[in-house]
Design a protein around this ligand. Sequence first.
Ligand SMILES: Nc1ncnc2c1ncn2[C@@H]1O[C@H](COP(=O)(O)OP(=O)(O)OP(=O)(O)O)[C@@H](O)[C@H]1O
Length: 348
Amino acid sequence: MIQFDAVHKRFPNGTTAVHDLTLDMPEGGVTVLVGSSGCGKTTTLRMINRMVDPTSGTIKVGGKDVTRQDAADLRRSIGYVIQQSGLFPHRTVLDNIATVPLLLGHGRRKARARAAELLETVGLTAEAGKRYPHQLSGGQQQRVGVARALAADPPVLLMDEPFGAVDPVVRTQLQDELLRLQKELNKTIVFVTHDIDEAVRLGDRIAVFRTGGHLVQCAPPAELLARPADDFVADFLGAERGLKLLSLKTLADVPQAPAPEGGAWNLVLDAQRKPLHWAPKDQRDTELPVRPLKDSDSLLSALDESVASPTGLVARVDAAGALTGVTSRDDIHEHAGRAHTEARVVAA
Ligand SMILES: Nc1ncnc2c1ncn2[C@@H]1O[C@H](COP(=O)(O)OP(=O)(O)OP(=O)(O)O)[C@@H](O)[C@H]1O
């Protein structure tokens, strides 16, 4: 969908921001650009919508060379979300979202109806639409930024550190929302971040850059984590690479057994069979919390819970939260090891 072919960008002051970049960003996928500060991620992104033009090489979107298209037309067909949401302060949230449909020649009523629809899509109320940007929280403003970028229903969405300025809890929520939206909308997304966990969570492919605008490796997250191309990539991914890989695998295939009874610790359930806590047989101990997991939870969460659990057992529940069985620490370890072997084999 987006193809960089031998792209070079040198600014007039002599800085080479992007060096000989050849990279395909597949249609309907999320390509995440990561790397240390100043390695050319933003410049790469901005060359796609011609906010920056390459010094040499070609960039094609949907098979068409971007430099042969009118920059304003191109930008209207590509959604763009930045860290400081970039909203117009003196327009209401609804009018901010309606801006692009209006520019595209939709009538005012149609543009506003589309904006109202998008407010809901990104999880905001109609009441929020009547406010001005400064009357919203940072996380809400980012949602408006995403809604505005989606307003013209562009096939391509460029996102430059969109969730960089919000706290970790809101950031996780926004990531969840983006994953949910992407399942429905299937856009081709290019996403810049400094945060490797965010990259692993959101990316179908991750492109790692090093200073001077050199692309070092581009691969699906599991492959990158299992086989970093060199020490630079390995260092960038961090010391807990093995655990990060487990965040990509779910518990679905890990066997479970009925919860044992009569041991030193027993799992206490409520009337709906929802796990409440671990109760000790020995009255001198206190009860301990249980964090039940669903099939869709990750092996990393399972490992974490198995370490915290007094029995080493993880309580498994169905969508309604009722107990389906328990899984042992040994089974989780075995599957964790298997996940690593599989990732290495796939990458080889
Ligand atoms: N307009 C410009 N003129 C001159 N140099 C520039 C210009 N824009 C960016 N640069 C330089 O190009 C290099 C790459 O910048 P870019 O913003 O693409 O990096 P980045 O990886 O997005 O950085 P960060 O993670 O800090 O946002 C940097 O050395 C930067 O200083």
